[in-house]
Design a protein around this ligand. Structure first.
Ligand code: MNI
Length: 482
């Protein structure tokens, strides 16, 4: 290991900012030219890279994903992830009104422990799709699982007897009258169920009471892909959605002042690049807000299976650029908050899939966003097929990246065998900056300029470095030792 400390004085070399102006002025310390980041308990800026784990949790009786500790070891060894968007469900948290299932939360806490033992950070995602697993084409079941959707418990599912005709594609169930009514009752668009959002907020408070002091849990994603029923766009996002977020944030803060509260826009249109009308959510926590913006990215061209080549690639790139601008705008509206891309994904066998994946991760890097890929489930969308064969995703994800920075990242970039990071050190942070380096590009010792090496753990692939004394920005570069 060799390291040469290059001290940048106050007027030291100005780091080129590879990040576009987010236009996000903010109340929480991020400047217009650099994004803000979630922090770990040591105060380090977190650059989150991981998977959604897992879709299988939507329908299991115990609410757990079909995912073992050995699966996590395989993921960690192969890709160096350090983050998970872990799916939980309202039907599991509150199976009967006002009764919270502590055995379910025990199971969640056990899985969180798997991740914590490997240095991961966890976002808990209160997942729903098409509202509830109690919705069937024959009416509302007493069972919380096995129906069309997932998420809400049967007791909170009111279709008011409206029809739910069979659909050839699951997405089209959102347009069925019974499904729209179930959402309209949840949001109290009907005026008949003001109690449901109250229950939802209190269910989140029960989760927060369990994880308020768990250092691995850094974020709560309040609702997956919200759908407004008969209210769409601004009428929904600036109305009942923002109101639920505000109510739920207040309930969480009664139990937990630490964890970031993540808010998503409506999925319809915004997943594909349309602007969101979400309005600012106030966070009463002492010490300043900890709100994050957690959009999903699914360009229509990719969903239509066009692949990422030719004109489809050109259209997709335009969609991603429009999506990026809209995401940075809304993050600014929310107060210059951190961005975590809660989902993006595709069929990895499509032509150009690897290039698309690289493009999304590069876009996330430029805007300082965390990423959780959809999803870790076996199959052509995920990192492994059902028989364990790796897809192109494994190599695409397994890249050098800074995981935790003792200051504010200004710019970073990496290739297979080099990582460069420019950041403004925060001298109040006692923990070192942590960088993941895959074996492929770094088979042996490393050479570091711009910082002092604290440790290079070739088993965990983690390099920790201390920034040199002095003020201003620091640029460090890591390459394999000659
Ligand atoms: C009509 N509506 C409201 C709709 C349609 C399609 C999606 C979707 O594909 N979402 C992308 C992925 N996200 C979920 C899990 O959160 C996955 O099942 C989808 O593939 C969402 C909403």
């Amino acid at each position: 290991i060799t390291s040469v400390a290059l001290v940048c004085g106050a007027g030291g070399a100005t780091a080129q900012s590879g990040l576009p102006d987010t236009g996000s002025g903010s109340s929480n310390g991020s400047s217009a030219s650099t994004p803000s980041y979630p922090k770990d308990d040591a105060g380090r800026s977190l650059i989150l890279r991981g998977f959604n784990t897992a879709s299988s949790a939507k329908s299991t009786p115990d609410g757990m994903p079909v995912f073992t500790e050995a699966d996590l070891d395989r993921e960690h060894a192969a890709m160096g992830t350090g983050f998970v968007r872990f799916l939980i469900s309202w039907r599991s948290v509150e199976p009967t009104p006002g009764q919270y299932d502590q055995q379910y939360l025990d199971r969640v806490e056990q899985r969180v422990g798997w991740y914590a033992a490997r240095g991961y950070k966890v976002m808990l995602d209160m997942h729903q799709d098409v509202y509830s697993g109690a919705i069937t084409t024959a009416g509302v079941s007493t069972s919380n699982i096995g129906g069309i959707g997932n998420g809400a418990p049967a007791w909170a599912t009111y279709t008011d007897g409206l029809p739910v005709p069979p659909q050839g594609q699951w997405e089209l169930y959102y347009l069925d009258p019974g499904v729209i009514r179930a959402f309209d009752n949840f949001w109290n668009n009907t005026g008949n169920h003001p109690e449901l959002v109250e229950h939802y907020a209190n269910a989140w408070r029960a989760v927060a009471q369990r994880f308020a002091h768990n250092d691995a849990v850094v974020a709560y994603d309040l609702m997956n892909e919200p759908f407004g029923g008969s209210k769409q766009g601004r009428a929904f996002e600036a109305g009942p959605l923002a109101a639920m977020y505000q109510r739920t944030t207040a309930a969480i803060r009664q139990a937990d002042h630490k964890t970031w509260v993540c808010v998503e826009p409506q999925s319809v249109g915004v997943n594909q690049g349309a602007p969101s009308a979400l309005t600012k959510i106030d966070d009463p926590r002492p010490g300043g807000p900890r709100i994050a913006y957690c959009p999903h990215l699914y360009p229509i061209t990719m969903d239509l299976g066009a692949g990422y080549t030719g004109i489809a690639r050109v259209i997709t790139d335009a969609s991603v650029e429009t999506w990026r601008a809209g995401v940075q705008y809304t993050a600014g509206v929310l107060g210059g908050v951190p961005i975590i891309i809660g989902e993006f994904g595709l069929d990895t066998t499509l032509p150009g899939a690897r290039d698309y994946i690289d493009h999304v991760y590069d876009t996330a890097r430029k805007i300082g966003a965390g990423v959780s890929y959809w999803s870790s489930d076996p199959g052509t969308w995920g990192p492994y097929l059902s028989n364990g064969t790796p897809t192109v995703l494994v190599d695409a994800v397994n890249k050098p990246y800074p995981r935790a920075v003792a200051g504010t990242p200004v710019d970073w970039s990496s290739t297979t065998s080099q990582l460069q990071l420019t950041y403004r050190p925060d001298r109040t942070v006692g923990a070192p900056t942590e960088i993941y380096l895959p074996r492929t590009g770094f088979p042996g010792d490393v050479h570091v300029t711009g910082a002092q090496v604290v440790n290079w753990d070739r088993a965990s692939r983690l390099l920790t470095v201390q920034s040199p004394a002095g003020s201003g920005t620091v640029t460090l570069t890591v390459t394999p030792a000659a």
